[in-house]
Design a protein around this ligand. Sequence first.
Ligand code: NAD
Ligand code: ZN
Length: 358
Amino acid sequence: MKTIYTSGYQVIFNDPQYDSVNQYIDTLNPSKLVILTDSNTSLYCLENFLSKLKTTTPLLKTSIPAGEKHKNIESCNLFWKFLSENEADRNSLVINLGGGVVTDLGGFVASTFMRGIDYINIPTTLLAMVDASVGGKTGIDLGLLKNQIGLVVNPKLVFVDTKYLETLPSEQFNSGVAEILKHGLIASKDYWSLISTSKILNDKSIERIIYESVEIKKSIVEQDPLEKNLRMTLNFGHTLGHALETYSNSKENKTTPLLHGEAIAIGLILAGFISTESLGFSKEKLQEITNQYYRYFNRISLNSQDIKSVIDLLKFDKKNVFGAVNFVLLKDIGSPVINQRVSNDLIIKAFEYYLDSK
Ligand code: NAD
Ligand code: ZN
């Protein structure tokens, strides 16, 4: 068993018999366990999880439909009602068994039900293992606008079991790779060189990679839990990435709908390009980012109207201050700079670079 200790909770790896989860439940002695899944994790992950539980605590199970479009207030309402109708109380424990949608939404519902009950995260996607389940950001979308409503409340425990990745579709796996690439770019040349020279696959090496990514995220969040400065660096690639994700899933869009990580991966290239133009980030390193992109993703096509619509969405970015859009850029790999203003012309040039890249 390997453990990362962070502000008030532990992230546990490599504990195949779930001893740490069982021990945690024994010590907490909750009145009820409430397991939240989505329609896929109830099918692919729940049975394994239940087979590891060794508790006599009463157990409730509920599920939301899978997908980002259900990370909304309607799903929260159903979950709040479920908790209330099943007499969950302040001593009940919510267990989020799923990807980032389940951990974000389940964490938010738990943190608001009866002014806050405890929750733990058992991430079942690569993206949730390396990013969404750690750091305490919980929340939901407002219409198509990402994560507009939420709270920062830490889970009591995060338990990583890479066995769940066996049933994860490959495009979902690759979506998680985007956040891993981001961690390397913002935090560490060594980690960047490790992930860019080894193919990130669901094999033995994946556990080490997840561990290192969580270490990076934990260290950043610990230094700046309220996102005043350093934590903003975790938004590298996300300013345009989120706007692209929102746009590609909107009705007016004519391009492919993108998963979170697929949009972020494009955001990494765009922010990398902008960094070369405004901070002297090296062109060779931009090419390295581009090369990594094409190991996991295919280029999507966007016309000038699509690009304009994406730029229009930037006004909803949560990093905006007094109406100005703020980018995270790179001076070098491992040297991010926050609060960078970028002109629309430069954003358009960045899209042109992406559309011509190989
Ligand atoms: P997701 O939760 O939608 O999961 C992706 C898909 O995989 C879903 O269809 C799900 O049902 C399915 N799935 C999950 N586990 C499976 C398994 N083991 N086998 C088969 N199918 C499985 O998406 P995600 O990529 O995990 O997370 C994206 C979400 O995370 C976004 O909403 C994003 O905003 C959020 N996020 C949050 C943070 C944070 O700090 N809180 C950080 C990054 C991302
Ligand atoms: Zn992300």
